[in-house]
Design a protein around this ligand. Structure first.
Ligand code: GDP
Ligand code: MG
Length: 484
């Protein structure tokens, strides 16, 4: 389904050629092309622009790593952005070869039946999704895909728990069409899951309440409530949904949206969330010829994760939503991504070792600072560097890192305006009678404010202090090196 987008991005990336550096000039037309391809795929415009900005800041001016082409590195930047946008985490995703991780799993309760409320417009696939989810929860004993072998045992166990065979009760709360009740009953029979239903005269809120009672009395651990839909969102639908929600207090309220509606699916998710509050979405009809806009846009627009995708009409056609698998599919080149990841790991290993040694010896000056910034560029983002710094790993989020990267660029410009002596002797700019006039000259020369200069100097000083403190605490460079 992503064929067009995949093709567009790969042909655009090719235009970057085997250059050594991705420059503003080379990347600009490429990014414009990718933006167009995203919009053609019906990705929401704000989401597309955020993606483009992200790819730009990840790839601009970066040296192309040894062993990969500019094209490949560009694809990797694109992959990371898509991953983050869809609810994955490019900073912690170690390798695409690793087992895939879903964006989000269901919140299961321990001491009472877990209640899942399914909402959505008519024809979105709610009833079908109810049957699929029932089968998924009933049949899959353990979804090994969801288990990350690097997690501690408790976390591993927790990610297995939801997939234990569950005793499911389906609830037919769509009373407006007799056929809807029948449809769920037939579905339930085919997968041997009990269905709770009353006539078309019953009130959906009462049905839901009674179903919950039955579940509690008869030992069901999961209740899936199928609700009515309308052609469009209207007040009655929302009011009924709110009342059902207040009655059953669902652990999950999932909006079922049709992937064929593209970015509409995303704005619908946002609308339902602000009206009734939802915990996530099920994206259906991913097997159809939709252009991918929904998968890319839902989380960016609504802030809610896609939890499952429907990939066909049969009850077995349901999968958890894996942002990493989806990003690879969109780009159609998971192998390129892992190649770049490998190259990045090699670069960082070698250079990180050198840099660490310098830091430990507390000989760190402005020239080293530039090298460190270059290292950051080469690796694509700061995440890798943060990982190498003791105690920093896992403390920075992606936005923070972008901020830091922007500041690093500023700082680098200031360093370029320093004299050779100043670079090698930071004291001249920190504790020296001429410091003020030097900083004035440097900030003017680099197009920055005096305050930027002061801020940089205090940061730099703090960094040095921190390094020497770390050293003392750990008993000198050798002890520290041994400990790492
Ligand atoms: P509801 O009105 O929201 O309950 O929608 P239904 O569950 O009745 O589904 C409407 C139509 O969409 C039916 O013909 C389903 O077979 C079809 N459908 C639902 N999910 C999928 C899916 O993932 N793939 C495909 N191809 N068809 C689907
Ligand atoms: Mg239905």
């Amino acid at each position: 389904m992503f064929d067009q987008l995949t093709e567009a991005i790969s042909s655009i990336a090719k235009q970057l050629g085997p250059k050594q550096k991705i420059t503003e000039a080379s990347v600009k037309p490429a990014l414009r092309g990718v933006r167009r391809a995203l919009l053609d795929a019906d990705v929401n415009v704000n989401v597309a622009d955020t993606l483009i900005d992200g790819v730009k800041s990840r790839s601009l001016g970066k040296e192309v790593m040894e062993g990969v082409t500019a094209e490949q590195q560009f694809i990797k930047a694109m992959y990371d952005e898509l991953l983050d946008m869809m609810g994955g985490d490019s900073a912690t995703a170690k390798s695409t070869q690793q087992t895939y991780k879903p964006a989000a799993t269901l919140a299961f309760t321990k001491d009472k039946p877990t209640v899942v409320l399914l909402a959505g417009l008519q024809g979105a696939g709610k009833t079908t999704a109810a049957g699929k989810l029932a089968l998924y929860l009933k049949e899959r004993e353990v979804d090994y895909d969801a288990v990350n072998p690097e997690d501690d045992q408790e976390t591993q166990l927790a990610s297995k728990l939801p997939k234990r065979q569950r005793k499911v009760l389906l609830v037919a709360a769509d009373v407006y069409r007799p056929a809807a009740i029948k449809q769920l009953e037939i579905l339930g029979e085919s997968i041997q899951v009990d269905v709770f239903s009353k006539g078309t005269d019953a009130n959906p809120v009462d049905i839901a309440r009674e179903a919950l009672q039955k579940a509690a009395n008869e030992g069901y651990d999961t209740v899936l409530v199928d609700t009515a839909g309308r052609q469009i969102i209207d007040k009655d639908l929302m009011t009924e949904l709110k009342r059902i929600k207040e009655t059953v207090k669902p652990d999950e309220t999932l909006l079922v949206v049709d992937a064929m509606t593209g970015q509409e699916a995303a704005s619908l998710t946002a609308a339902f969330d602000s009206a009734v509050g939802i915990t996530g979405a099920i994206l259906t009809k991913m097997d159809g010829d939709s252009r991918g806009g929904a998968a890319v846009s839902v989380r960016g627009v609504s802030g809610k994760p896609i939890k499952f995708v429907g990939t066909g009409e049969k009850t077995a056609d349901l999968e958890p939503f894996y942002p990493d698998r989806m990003a690879s599919r969109i780009l159609g080149m998971g192998d390129v991504v892992s190649l770049v990841e490998k190259a990045a790991a090699e670069v960082s290993d070698k250079e990180a070792a050198e840099m660490q040694k310098k830091m430990l010896e507390a000989r760190f000056d402005f020239d080293d600072f530039v090298k460190q910034s270059k290292l950051v560029s080469k690796m694509g983002n700061l995440a890798g560097v943060a990982k190498m710094m003791p105690g920093m790993a896992g403390q920075l989020n992606m936005n923070k890192m972008r901020e830091v990267e922007a500041r690093l660029k500023k700082n680098e410009a200031m360093i370029n305006s320093m004299t050779k002596t100043e670079r090698a002797e930071p004291e001249l700019l920190i504790n020296h009678p001429t410091a003020r006039s030097r900083i004035t000259r440097i900030t003017k020369g680099s197009g920055n404010d005096f305050e930027d200069g002061l801020q940089f100097m205090s940061e730099f000083q703090r960094m040095r202090t921190m390094m020497s403190r770390m050293q003392k605490q750990m008993g000198g460079p050798e002890a520290m090196e041994a400990a790492m």
